[in-house]
Design a protein around this ligand. Structure first.
Ligand code: FAD
Ligand code: UDP
Length: 395
């Protein structure tokens, strides 16, 4: 079957494009992935000793407020009513996160009302009042004051990013809500849940179309195989969701990424920590957090004599490591602008997804951005003959 469209990468971005193009336009789509499984970083599998679903590339929690995305994903899976909550250990004591009235009252050994807590934090953040901080350190202090920042953010962020918080963009910390109520839901979104039959079942359903061919263990830069960069670009439209710097052979320099080492351990207990995620906020503990995946699915009848946990250790990615989080320093942003110009000049290739745009995209953002690319670029190209051009990797 000759491909009308080639998609590089079978993560949520690539599969959304493939599914739309095959279902709505009837195109023959070939999806390649260099890994031996589909689904990109959202892939999950059953751990053999415990029978528990484990997210191979780190815990994935689905949440969105985007109606279009919610409608779309519900075509492929139902969702459980799981609501994500995170706890953090500081100086041997467990606190609810993200920072909320419960955290504040426990930390200050107090019984503040919402108004009193607000006044206290405003006072503690006073050193940065009226400023518009652009870095994570100053933004954090402005949001929650110095004592809470130093207890819960400073060292955790240092461990996670191995970069001085003064050199990190303020946006990273703005992802976390701060609440003056006892609500400790981790996410603010309208919809939240986990795929009832697991991530892989969801992902497989997206790819299950007679016009979609998925070829695994195939690297786009391996010129010995037919769907490589050299053999494809210029002949068939390509949606590329691999790393943008790699596509251009690092011509403008390497973009920096953070990766995570997961240390897995099967334990002879039915419950290790009583919840799915516990953060370790102090500098002395080398890992950032412990995940216990059984708690993602309390509705399942998992065996009760064993559990699996994963400790996460964060570090800079070297070539060959999995790139997980764009570090996005000022130097990275300058390189990215140069890559955007190169991407604009690349005819018939669109860059998308987390690696292709060097952006931290949650799953709903990757899917939403793929749906927009499909509507605004791919459909007009195939239906109306419009030129397939990238607005750069940001498009
Ligand atoms: P990916 O899933 O990375 O897929 C890209 C695919 O391209 C990969 O399969 C890769 O093998 C393939 N590829 C790359 N280069 C080549 C090549 N040269 N040739 C062939 N194939 C190639 N999102 C949430 O909403 N909630 C969460 O809780 C959450 N937690 C996360 C935790 C971690 C540790 C990480 C890393 C991400 C998390 N995310 C989370 C984000 C989520 O993983 C992404 O939004 C989603 O996977 C984006 O999909 P994507 O298609 O852009 O990229
Ligand atoms: N963060 C922190 N302490 C915490 C949780 C989060 O300092 O207990 C900071 C950290 O810098 C992290 C950012 O807030 O990268 C965003 O948190 P999130 O849970 O979204 O982390 P990520 O998805 O990056 O793992």
């Amino acid at each position: 079957m000759t491909a009308d469209l080639v998609v590089v990468g079978s993560g949520f971005f690539g599969l959304t494009i493939a599914e739309r193009a095959a279902t709505e336009l009837g195109l023959n789509v070939t999806v390649i992935d260099r890994r031996d499984h589909i689904g990109g970083n959202a892939y999950s599998e059953t751990e053999a000793q415990t029978g528990i679903e484990v997210h191979r590339y780190g815990a994935h929690l689905f949440h969105t407020s985007n109606e279009k995305v919610w409608d779309y994903v519900n075509r492929f899976t139902t969702f459980t009513n799981y609501v994500h909550r995170v706890y953090g250990v500081h100086k041997g004591e467990v606190f609810p996160l993200p920072i909320n009235l419960g955290t504040i009252n426990q930390f200050f050994r107090a019984n503040y009302t919402p108004a009193e807590a607000r006044a206290l934090i405003a006072d503690q953040a006073g050193e940065l009042a009226g400023t518009d901080p652009q870095n994570l350190n100053d933004k954090g202090i402005q949001l929650i004051g110095r004592p809470l920042y130093e207890a819960f953010i400073k060292h955790y962020t240092g461990k996670q990013w191995q970069t001085d918080p003064k050199d990190l963009p303020a946006g990273i910390i703005s992802r976390l809500p701060v609440r003056y109520t006892y609500d400790n839901r981790y996410f603010n979104d309208t919809y939240e849940g986990l795929p009832t039959q697991g991530y892989t079942a969801w992902i497989e359903r997206m790819a299950d179309h007679p016009n979609i061919t998925v070829t695994l263990s195939t690297d786009f830069f391996d010129e010995s195989q037919p769907i490589s960069k050299g053999n494809t670009v210029g002949n068939v439209p390509v949606i590329y969701t691999g790393a943008v710097d790699k596509y251009f052979d690092y011509a403008e320099g390497d973009l920096s990424w953070r990766t995570i080492d997961f240390e897995k351990e099967v334990l002879n207990t039915g419950d290790f920590q009583g919840t799915s995620v516990v953060n370790y906020n102090d500098a002395e503990v080398p890992y950032t957090r412990i995940i216990e995946p059984r708690h993602f699915h309390p509705e399942r009848n998992y065996q009760t004599d064993k559990t699996i946990i994963m400790r996460e250790f964060s570090r800079f990615a070297e070539k060959g490591d999995e790139p997980y989080y764009p570090v996005n320093t000022e130097a990275d942003r300058a390189k990215l602008l140069a890559y955007r110009d190169l991407a604009k000049a690349e005819d018939n290739v669109l860059f998308g997804g987390r690696l292709g745009t060097y952006k931290y995209l949650d799953m709903h953002m990757a899917i939403g951005s793929a749906l927009s690319m499909y509507e605004n670029k791919i459909k007009p190209h195939f239906e109306g003959g419009e030129k397939l051009e990238s607005g750069g990797v940001d498009a």
